[in-house]
Design a protein around this ligand. Sequence first.
Ligand SMILES: *[C@@H]1O[C@H](CO)[C@@H](O)[C@H](O)[C@H]1NC(C)=O
Ligand SMILES: *[C@@H]1O[C@H](CO)[C@@H](O)[C@H](O)[C@H]1NC(C)=O
Length: 423
Amino acid sequence: MRVATLLLAALAAQSLAEPMIYLKEEFADGGKQQSMRFRQKAKGPGREGYTGEVHRRDAWEKRWIESKHRSDYGKFILHAGKFYGDSEKDKGIQTSQDAKFYARSIRFEEFNNEGQTLVIQFTVKHEQNIDCGGGYIKLFPANLNQEDMSGNSPYYIMFGPDICGPETKKVHVIFSYKGENHLIKKDIRCKDDEYTHLYTLIVHFNNTYEVKIDNEKVEFGSLEDDWDLLPPKTIKDPNAEKPEDWDDREKINDPDDVKPKDWDKPESIPDPDAKKPTDWDDEMDGEWEPPMIQNPEYKGEWKAHQINNPNFKGNWVHPEIDNPEYKPDSNICQYDNIGILGLDLWQVKSGTIFDNFLITNDAKYAEEYGNQTWGITKIAEKKMKQLQEKEMKAQKEEKAEIEEEGKEEKEGDMEMDTHKYEL
Ligand SMILES: *[C@@H]1O[C@H](CO)[C@@H](O)[C@H](O)[C@H]1NC(C)=O
Ligand SMILES: *[C@@H]1O[C@H](CO)[C@@H](O)[C@H](O)[C@H]1NC(C)=O
């Protein structure tokens, strides 16, 4: 009996500790291969000569609804990119057309993050060496009309990297609070290289947060301090005023120091040593004037000697009072019906790959999942890229060598030609 109770208690504790996974998207159910297979079948016996492409939407396309808010959204394709750690596992959705807006979103069972940790995590790879474009996600309420998602759709959280030129290279963390969007006041730099990076936002229910990049903490703090979500706790006392006789001058002119009577002298004077040239013709050359020189007696602007102000009272500090508008809120970033994750972006140079989306209530699990996805393929990805760069360099050198040889041969031929002439 006791054993059974203990066992039950243990089971209950275990199930409590089980992470809740609201969304996990790795695009593991593939894309093109599926349609290729379908095409082969279509070409099978009895259907010889069939050449038309069989259109079959990839599985992910059914999950990621494209917005129809605009008619010219760029196309996401399922792709592992030019280099990768694993040709299958690294497949994610890639922006494929330059200078386009992108808008797709995925729905999951709605939940409420009250009293729980909220973790949002995904990988971003700007393999195109991005110049300007978003790499962030938006978390929406479940009542969003996905087919009409746009920049105007109200969201709960926006999180992820944003790059535009050399100036903007930041990780956005925007929270909606009472219908208004609030940007983080801290500057978090994002990665701007061509490799895959893991971005994680953790919001704890005690109103603290963490941002991690590649499973390393890059920023953390309190929601109240790092966003202007709530009105300030204290304000300047509107009834306090700086007294009129408040002297906040630390130094003053020495009253005993007076300007000497002979101080003011012109800055430049006619050169006393200059002589009118003997061949000067007043009629032809005009009236002769000696050149001006710096006056050696010129002392510049007179300034009184500075002394400590005996009446100095220090800088006046406006007294603060408790802000009557301030009310603490223990549920700053608690949202009722989280239900959709969207990519609503603008990209100038396309090629960004998004993958390994995870929304959970367990930061430890997210870290582990990051290790098992990004953590496993990142080394091989880097190796492949470096190998490609090495090959490209070798090819370039080879091409240059061939060109060089070609030139020499031509010169040799020309020499032979001249010989022929001589013969
Ligand atoms: C908030 O909660 C997190 C997760 O439980 C914990 O690590 C952190 O120390 C807490 N912070 C404060 C200020 O209580
Ligand atoms: C993730 O990987 C890092 C580096 O290998 C390791 O230190 C950390 O413990 C791992 N985390 C989890 C939850 O497995």
